[in-house]
Design a protein around this ligand. Structure first.
Ligand SMILES: [Zn+2]
Length: 262
């Protein structure tokens, strides 16, 4: 093995840790504001709905069914990320009404963090597929690279750590369920934005039960994951954060973002 391939990053045992302190605040928005917001999102996603593809594919081997999205790998012509929009909307509603949000956080900012966390999780599944493809070319390993549960935890680790640092879509590609192209100001730059992002992500962590030691989606790097990506992760992951296509898949993942009501 070459030395440049030996630095396994992220390292085994790394974990995304939420805020622990309690916070005070008021209830964020009225129910009517939330309803209008949801209708706006549902209206936007109509052209991207692909229920028939998901019905055909959901039981196929290697198609990943997460609670709020599907990842269809690139050996299927329907490859892509499919947001489960109905499940997202109802879970988001429960999330918004669960916590006393500070007054300076808007529903749009919550949605942005919520969507981007799911997006980065699914993107991590895609990049694992890229790593597996490179490994296959080198004759070292094949897809899938690691046990499914280990992969879910690894994807969730990348979802939380990346959403904390980068909420803008790769290279400003359009993510159909985000109502505005620009990042809302309360979560974009500066110290307050960083604290807001961490606060929202911490609430999401507890809302999704990631603190439960038996959670399938605990954001932690297991040793099998760190070893499986074998020094190839950082370069490929950063390339995808920037919107670059490194390994030639049949289609660019950034243009394969769809929705499903299933
Ligand atoms: Zn997953």
């Amino acid at each position: 093995m070459n030395t440049w391939l030996q630095a396994n990053i992220p390292r085994a045992g790394e974990e995304w840790i939420p805020l622990r302190e309690k916070f005070e605040g008021g209830i964020i928005e009225s129910v009517s504001v939330l309803e209008e917001f949801e209708n706006n999102v549902l209206h936007r996603v109509e052209p991207y709905l692909r229920d028939r593809d998901i019905l055909r594919l959901e039981k196929r081997e290697h198609v990943i069914k997460d609670p709020l999205a599907y990842y269809v790998p690139y050996h299927f012509s329907e490859m892509g990320i499919y947001f489960r929009i109905n499940k997202m909307i109802s879970d988001f509603r429960a999330f918004v009404s669960k916590y006393p949000w500070p007054n300076n956080i808007t529903v749009n900012e919550l949605w942005y963090v919520y969507v981007m966390t799911i997006f980065w999780h699914e993107m991590a599944h895609h990049v694992i597929e890229d790593v597996a493809t490179l490994m296959e070319w080198m004759g070292k390993a094949r897809y899938p690279l690691m046990p499914h549960l280990v992969e879910e935890m690894f994807c969730e680790f990348n979802a939380f750590t990346t959403a904390e640092k980068q909420l803008s879509p790769p290279n400003r590609y359009n993510i159909p369920i985000l109502p505005y192209a620009n990042l809302p100001s309360g979560i974009s730059k500066g110290e307050t934005a960083f604290l807001n992002r961490r606060l929202i992500l911490s609430c999401l962590y507890y809302h999704w039960g990631r603190n439960n030691p038996t959670s399938t989606y605990r954001p932690i790097v297991r040793i099998e994951a760190s070893q499986a990506v074998d020094g190839l992760w950082n370069g490929l992951w950063n390339a995808h954060k920037g919107g670059y296509e490194v390994v030639k898949a049949p289609y660019e993942i950034y243009k394969r973002l769809y929705c499903t009501t299933l």
